[in-house]
Design a protein around this ligand. Structure first.
Ligand code: NAD
Ligand code: DAU
Length: 353
């Protein structure tokens, strides 16, 4: 069957990687991207797809119900892959409003619109609504705790993770109450091409290139489980095609790394790969700064369910993935340089001054 996808947030980091993955893997499927182009969305990331027959980009807000209704109907959408969100924890601490609006109200708007559309289509069993979420909904682990599984109770700690938790519950409820074919994925930290500069890995790479301080929060001992973004895309592909509706799947990289160790790896790789660094060795730039409020100590994902039930495992090691990511940032300065705008500098001042 031809999948006709509505991909929300497709101009952001993971969404754009997923759009490229889908258009390359399934060229005869229809791909419609809906993205509001907030500070985190970048139309240029999708420019190469404008010549693709089955690709369409629509600038719009997921909270705009009449527009979403019209798009679902006119494109005869049978699959929603919902990435659109406010995604940065530090911004949610500075101003949570947009997080509640987009992540909770926006997800609710999409679910409601799709429920009416799906009902009008005769509640087809092959339709899908994939809600892309995060491991942060499970809260924070101590050093010896077992990794998050799908049955770990929710305990979100930031306005961002609380808003994602709310949207996960809505997606689950739409299956339970209406039988709507929803699926939820909870994934660990992604990295790779098209990652917005505010997040740890691109921020460190760009600051090394500019000879700026590398701000490590607190004692640098917080742990994240890193997954190369292209592996996340293959996991979502498998969940759409083979996942059991109403189910949740955890997605992770089996790559738990302390922040300070990750920053050391990035510094050493940059020293190796970048020819003209203003400061070398880059480790000299590391600066410990005030900790993030409510900073979660450790995330780790138990991805056994998606492995045993759907046959997915990550394929890229953190060493390979970081090298590829650095090479991408080194050869795509025209992509990231314009993102260091006045607005971005103002945000940077607020967080790091
Ligand atoms: P991102 O911030 O890079 O991109 C978000 C995109 O959503 C942007 O293109 C933005 O313009 C768009 N958007 C925001 N508000 C919108 C609205 N109201 N209407 C339409 N579009 C809107 O985010 P990302 O890192 O690519 O994350 C994508 C999804 O994956 C999010 O739901 C996030 O919670 C989840 N996730 C992210 C990670 C990660 O490590 N980045 C890990 C697990 C899950
Ligand atoms: O776990 C999945 C989540 O990963 C996603 O849901 C979020 O959308 C995504 O932003 C990411 O959240 P984190 O807060 O873990 O990612 P971030 O890159 O902001 O930070 C990673 C770690 O690095 C975290 O412990 C905070 C720390 N950090 C971050 C920045 C930006 C620093 O020490 N210094 C920094 O300047």
């Amino acid at each position: 069957m031809q999948r006709r996808l509505l991909i929300t947030g497709g101009a952001g980091f993971i969404g754009s990687n997923f759009v490229h993955h889908w258009c390359e893997t399934y060229p005869s499927d229809r791909v419609v991207v809906l993205d509001a182009l907030t500070y985190a969305g970048n139309r240029a990331t999708l420019n190469d797809l404008d010549s693709h027959d089955n690709f369409r980009f629509v600038q719009g807000d997921i909270c705009d119900r009449p527009m979403v209704d019209q798009l679902l109907a006119e494109e005869q959408i049978n699959t929603v892959a919902h990435f659109a969100a406010e995604s940065h924890v530090d911004r949610s601490i500075l101003g949570p409003d947009a997080f509640i609006r987009t992540n909770v109200v926006g997800t609710f708007t999409l679910l409601e619109a799709f429920r009416h559309h799906w009902t009008g289509r005769g509640q087809l069993e092959s339709d899908r609504f994939l809600h892309v979420s995060t491991d942060e909904v499970y809260g924070s682990l101590e050093a010896d705790d077992p990794a998050f599984s799908e049955t770990t109770p929710y305990a979100p700690n930031s306005p961002y993770s609380a808003s994602k938790a709310g949207s996960d519950h809505l997606a689950r409820a739409y299956f339970h109450t209406y039988g709507m074919p929803t699926l939820v994925t909870n994934c660990s930290n992604n990295y790779g091409p098209y990652h917005f500069p505010e997040k740890l890995i691109p921020l460190m790479c760009i600051n090394i290139l500019l000879g700026k301080p590398l701000p490590v929060y607190g004692d640098g001992q917080n742990i994240r489980d890193w997954l190369y973004v292209k592996d996340h895309c293959t996991a979502l592909d498998v969940v759409i095609h083979k996942g059991q509706t109403g189910e949740t799947y955890n997605v992770g990289g089996n790559n738990e790394v302390k922040n300070i160790d990750l920053v050391h790896m990035l510094c050493d790789l940059m020293d190796d790969l970048a020819p003209n660094l203003p400061v070398r060795p880059s480790r000299q730039l590391i600066t410990f700064v005030k900790d993030r409020a409510g900073h979660d100590r450790r995330y780790a994902i138990d991805a056994n369910k998606i492995k045993t039930q759907l046959g997915w495992t990550p394929s890229v090691t953190v060493d390979e993935g970081l090298r590829q990511t650095i090479e991408w940032f080194l050869s795509h300065e025209e992509w990231w340089q314009p993102l260091l705008s006045e607005d971005y500098q103002a945000y940077y001042q607020k967080v790091y001054a």
